[in-house]
Ligand binder design. Structure first.
Ligand code: PEP
Ligand code: MG
Length: 594
């Protein structure tokens, strides 16, 4: 960070998605506060304060609901209904009244005690549907408390001005601010790494974003002018005239280059020397499907199904899930390949009450298939919903995340059989000719690949997790982001061995982690023998162009040249000149020309 007498300030962060964007700061930060506690001699006054704060909270939720009604799904709206029911609950009100009248507590203190009591009661309920309400109760309690102590809660989402660049300390991948993606011009956060799920969401929703920008929230003020350059990972706060002029010029240049990639939107992909390559799309939300349909992608290589659950903050019943998956098949068609990944919850994808945020090492803990197999009835509902929705699909693939052993594969296959049997019994049409595969994310699976190959139809390499486990480097932590390097020789050697092994076992192998769309990595991956790349749809044209400009011979020679080098920078210094020769526009767009 450079500070120039309170004028323009430059920050460095991790560029995630989009081109240069100029806008105005919209702070999305919770102010710190303390809860006043005292004994009152005027309980009526305290009761009135509480009732006013409660009424205000009801109005606020209702206006947010009204505002979002046309933008969000019925499931998401249900959340507001449950908030409303709670706020109007007589028992809740009488508990607070009791604390005020009998305990002589002031309104804030009384509210605090009651919310704590309810949260702990709900947390201890064994029915997980009810247990997960404890987080909702905390959130509602906080909202009333903000009204009581007249503090600013997180800013109202319907007040987002035009051209707003959201500046936050952190946001979760399902933060309501992301529902407003059409209204926000950009996003800057202090926390978060390149492969975090927040990053994946912003890429999917095409929000220009720079994450991991230290100190930005303490320096930025609402309405400050701000420039973000995601391709360089740069942020300029309160830019001067020259910086604005330079940014505008650069923006025109970036957009021109981006437009020039459009000619690659509709052609099938092959290398310059004629090797056919499959590009598929990574999808988190159904909203992203039209952008994939605008390309000639082979299919969906990764549908992150957990986002349905995360958005509704609870597990929708089988029927709701079925309708959701049906929407994918009807929008994207039954002929093309559609890979649905089963729920990958845990890690940074938390559902209060179901998957907790309190694990010491959430990325090493109760995640993905581990969670699903310990909740077989929930898992079965998802499998049935997928199979039903895909009853006419010709190319359905079911993919399981975080597989670490043989038994998890056998257990999942058993549940799939069970799902088929129960649909058959119920006389419901379903898909029985699907392919079954796993995400390759845990390094040790390399050593059992021969054993499991006969039980699966494909693997898809999830480099976001694989690299975090291989290098012991948290994918979402900006402090160690400098270690999360695709050009790290261990990463390249591991992948080269894995892809060769899968190819020699005749096991279909693709890559759906973010590395599959990394410009420097692509020639090396092609050289390793990778033929299937699943990437964010927004990058399709550029990646298609890049692959078309490369020859397989070049890529194989490049790999041979770099695979024994010991430093990432040496490798990069050899890859960049080749790309500069073969695909200068792509390299220029990515600002990689040195
Ligand atoms: C991965 O780990 O690379 C992956 C594609 O899965 P996710 O990013 O959703 O964990
Ligand atoms: Mg993963």
């Amino acid at each position: 960070m450079e500070k120039e007498k309170n004028k323009s300030m430059k920050f460095k962060g991790i560029g995630i998605s989009g081109t240069i964007t100029i806008g105005k700061v919209f702070l999305y930060i919770q102010e710190p506060y303390t809860i006043p506690r005292y004994l009152t001699s005027d309980p009526e006054k305290e009761l009135e304060k509480f009732n006013n704060a409660l009424r205000k909270a009801i109005q606020e939720y209702s206006s947010v609901k009204k505002h979002l009604e046309s933008d969000i799904s019925e499931d998401e709206l249900l959340l507001f209904t449950s908030f409303d029911l709670f706020l109007k609950d007589e028992q809740f009100k009488s508990m607070v009244e009791n604390e005020i009248r009998k305990g002589n507590k002031n309104a804030e203190w009384a509210l605090y005690v009651v919310i704590e009591e309810l949260v702990s009661r709900f947390k201890n309920i064994s029915n997980i549907n009810l247990a997960q309400r404890s987080e909702d109760i905390s959130a509602i309690g906080e909202k009333i408390m903000m009204n009581l102590i007249s503090k600013t809660y997180l800013p109202e989402l319907n007040n987002i001005p035009e051209n707003a660049i959201i500046v936050a300390r952190t946001i979760s991948p399902t933060d309501p601010i992301l529902i407003q993606h059409k209204k926000i011009a950009g996003l800057v956060t202090e926390l978060g790494g390149f492969a975090s799920h927040t990053a994946i969401m912003t890429r999917g929703l095409s929000i220009p974003a720079v994450l991991g920008v230290e100190f930005i929230t303490s320096e930025a003020q609402n309405d400050d002018m701000i420039i973000i350059n995601p391709l360089k990972g740069e942020v300029i706060l309160r830019p001067d005239e020259k910086e604005i002029k330079d940014a505008m010029e650069l923006k025109v240049k970036q957009e021109k280059l981006l437009l020039s990639f459009n000619e690659f939107s509709k052609n099938e992909t092959s290398t310059k020397d004629g090797f056919s390559i499959d590009i598929l799309g990574n999808i988190e939300l159904v909203d992203e499907l039209p952008s994939l349909l605008n390309t000639s992608a082979k299919g969906i290589g990764l549908y992150r199904s957990e986002f349905l659950v995360l958005q509704s903050n609870s597990f929708p019943p089988e029927d709701v899930q079925y309708k959701h998956y049906l929407k994918i098949f009807s929008t994207y068609g039954n002929d093309r390949e559609i890979t649905i990944r089963t729920l990958d919850l845990g890690g940074d994808k938390i559902i209060p009450g179901y998957v907790s945020a309190n694990e010491k090492n959430p990325f090493l803990g109760w995640r993905a298939i581990r969670f699903c197999l310990s909740r077989p009835s929930l898992f079965l509902e998802q499998l049935k919903a997928i199979l039903r929705a895909g009853s006419n699909a010709k190319n359905l693939k079911i993919m399981v995340p975080m597989i670490s052993n043989f038994e998890e594969i056998i257990e999942t296959r058993k549940l799939l059989k069970l799902a088929e049997e129960s649909l058959k019994e119920a006389n419901l049409p379903y898909c029985s000719n699907y392919k079954f595969g796993i995400m390759f994310e845990i390094p040790s699976v390399m050593y059992i690949l021969d054993d499991i190959a006969s039980k699966i139809d494909f693997i898809s390499i999830g480099t976001n997790d694989l690299i975090q486990y291989l290098l012991a480097c948290d994918r979402g932590n900006e402090k160690v982001a400098y270690l999360f390097k695709y050009m790290n020789p261990s990463v390249l050697r591991f992948l080269s061995e894995l892809i060769s092994k899968a190819n020699s076992l005749k096991l279909e192998v693709s890559m759906c982690g973010e590395m599959a769309s990394d410009v420097l990595s692509i020639p090396l991956l092609l050289g390793m023998g990778l033929k299937r790349f699943s990437i964010p749809p927004s990058l399709y044209n550029m990646i298609n162009k890049l692959i078309s400009m490369l020859s397989m011979t070049d890529c194989q020679n490049l790999l041979k040249e770099v695979i024994s080098l010991s430093e990432a920078s040496e490798i990069e210094n050899i890859v960049v000149p080749l790309l500069k020769k073969r695909a200068p526009e792509v390299l220029e767009y990515c600002h990689l020309i040195k």
